[in-house]
Design a protein around this ligand. Structure first.
Ligand SMILES: NC(=O)C1=CN([C@@H]2O[C@H](COP(=O)(O)OP(=O)(O)OC[C@H]3O[C@@H](n4cnc5c(N)ncnc54)[C@H](OP(=O)(O)O)[C@@H]3O)[C@@H](O)[C@H]2O)[C@H](O)CC1
Ligand SMILES: [K+]
Length: 504
């Protein structure tokens, strides 16, 4: 699904009005009818609705919602917040059609809402161009104070939030639900806004499909349609050589679990053969916990290139894919071995965790990473690699710029992991849940990505599919296990369910 800027959403609106054709008032009526339908379906008819409207078209939507709910016989109280001098034309037209509105010109005029009900926030939508200030900001704070007693539903955007620039320190409604028209907005996908949009419901309002099909945007939300185009069914004549021989370099004394998780995930992602490199102390552990994998040991207590037979570092290029980092530590010998590996291996590989921490300490290594490799930093690793930013919109721009400059895929972990591509595109992954914020979850992702690369998925396909499967496995697991009890091994186990789900 494409994610459009506020300007592009306005263009989609104008294109629809011209080419459907439909009047802007009818389009507003259609959007508001979707919202009214959703509200009644979700909350029923008994509760009172307190509808706060602004002076633009978001307020116009609010006025239509008020009229439709009133006509359906529900208890409706509508308020107009006079933040600007003049209403938009469609707002004014709808005030005429529903004049029973209480006007607020200053903070002391804010009403009492004695009975618990549904607050509909239709003060600002995509037209907000700067932070809300003065008494209007006070109104937003008052609404938030009421959020414990009432349920706040924002129309299109929580008022105060800007669609495609940071509103980090700006006053903003904290909605329980946001009914977003047609698309997700970029702002909903960034953790700095986590408390604001609540649960986002995308309502179809019938914007013209031709505009959406042709408009160019760097931002996308991965969806089932994209995943189905990536997925390749296995060849009925396949043998274990068909799906590549992957190498996982992971684990050190006390961190062998990282190697187990990454190796198991690599196997369950479908790699034909998996070798795992661990220090000697990990040999028995790996051989007994992951009998499907071959185990290569190192003489040192971590990855150091002092490999025992039959593997030597110079054989690395023979592997179809390499995933390196989970639990390897950042010892100088390990850094030296990583450097050697980067000199020897020229196919896309997966770098995570300590491999990234080593690169932060030796930034010259960045330029040596094979083109189209996948880096999977969490926010702190990202900051160590590429520096801090003032807000997460700036961080997103930095993420994308680095992916383009270094010709790498970079997945920044989060609720919606952001995956930046060397061509400038950024995909957000929607699967996953808070149960997956647990030790070892990232090691599983490294294994999945390595397994997908190994069996021949191109790096971009492996990245999008891997992130999707990882989150989906977690989503399938919590159905049986709960978010609290979920551990990383469950994600590995439920990968099977995730594969079955995308094959439906
Ligand atoms: N997507 C669609 O196709 C449809 C969307 N609809 C709805 O329309 C809004 C966008 O409407 P718009 O009129 O462009 O903008 P808003 O209603 O969000 O806000 C505009 C008013 O807000 C004022 N403004 C802007 N920033 C501030 C601020 N910081 N403080 C105070 N006032 C502010 C602005 O005044 P200006 O002085 O900036 O001119 C306007 O008065 C969209 O979100 C949907 O809800 C359609 O109804 C259906 C189709
Ligand atoms: K709103």
């Amino acid at each position: 699904m494409k994610i459009l800027s506020a300007q592009q959403i306005r263009e989609a609106d104008a294109y629809t009005i011209e080419h459907e054709p439909v009047s802007s008032l009818q389009l507003m009526e259609r959007a508001a009818a979707e919202c009214a339908g959703w509200l009644v379906h979700t909350f029923g008819e008994a509760l009172p609705y307190y509808i706060f409207c602004g002076m633009g078209n978001n307020g116009g939507d609010g006025l239509v919602i008020a009229r439709l709910l009133h006509e359906a016989g529900l208890s409706v109280h509508a308020y107009m917040v006079h933040h600007s001098g003049k209403p938009s034309a469609d707002n004014a037209a709808n005030q005429e059609r529903f004049p029973d509105v209480y006007h607020i010109h200053a903070l002391p005029e804010f009403p009492d809402l004695p009975e618990a009900g549904i607050i509909v926030d239709a003060i600002f939508g995509t037209g907000l161009s700067r932070p809300v200030e003065g008494w209007t900001a006070g109104i937003l704070h008052k609404l938030n104070d009421l959020g414990t007693k009432h349920t706040i539903v924002s129309i299109d955007m929580p008022s105060g939030l800007m669609a495609d620039q940071s509103s980090l320190h700006a006053p903003c409604v904290h909605a329980r639900y946001t009914l977003s028209f047609e698309f997700y907005k970029l702002a909903f996908l960034l953790p700095e806004n986590a408390a604001r949009a609540g649960s986002v419901e995308v309502l179809r309002i019938g914007l013209h499909p031709d505009y959406t099909a042709t408009v160019q945007t760097p931002y996308h939300l991965t969806d089932g349609h994209i995943i189905r185009t990536i997925y390749q069914p296995r060849d009925p004549f396949a043998h274990k050589g068909t799906y590549g021989h992957a190498l996982v370099i992971a684990g050190s004394h006390g961190k062998m679990g990282a190697a187990i998780l990454a190796t198991k995930a690599c196997l369950r992602a479908g790699a034909g053969l998996v070798s795992v490199h661990v220090p000697q102390c990990g040999y028995n552990i790996l051989q007994s916990t992951v009998p499907e994998a071959m185990c290569v040991t190192d003489e040192e207590i971590t990855f150091s290139s002092q490999f025992h037979e039959p593997f030597r570092l110079h054989q690395a290029p023979e592997y179809a894919a390499i995933g390196i980092g989970p639990g390897i530590g950042t010892h100088t010998a390990t850094a030296g071995a990583l450097e050697k590996l980067l000199q020897l291996y020229h196919k896309p590989m997966v770098l995570d965790a300590d491999a990234l921490n080593i690169i932060s300490a030796y930034p010259a290594l960045l330029a040596k990473i094979p083109e189209d490799s996948i880096l999977t930093p969490h926010p702190r690793e990202f900051e160590r690699l590429f520096g801090a930013t003032d807000n997460q919109f700036d961080r997103l721009r930095l993420l994308s710029a680095k992916a383009v400059e270094l010709r790498l895929y970079i997945l920044l972990k989060g609720r919606y992991s952001a995956m930046a591509c060397p061509d400038g595109a950024v995909y957000f992954n929607p699967t996953g849940n808070p149960g997956m914020a647990t030790g070892g979850s990232g090691d599983v992702l490294t294994g999945i990505l390595t397994g997908l690369l190994s069996q021949g998925y191109a790096p971009k396909a492996a990245l999008l599919l891997g992130a999707w499967l990882h989150g989906l496995a977690g989503d399938q697991a919590v159905i049986d296990i709960s978010e609290e009890a979920l551990v990383a091994e469950d994600i590995v186990y439920y990968l099977g369910q995730a594969w079955l789900n995308i094959q439906k």
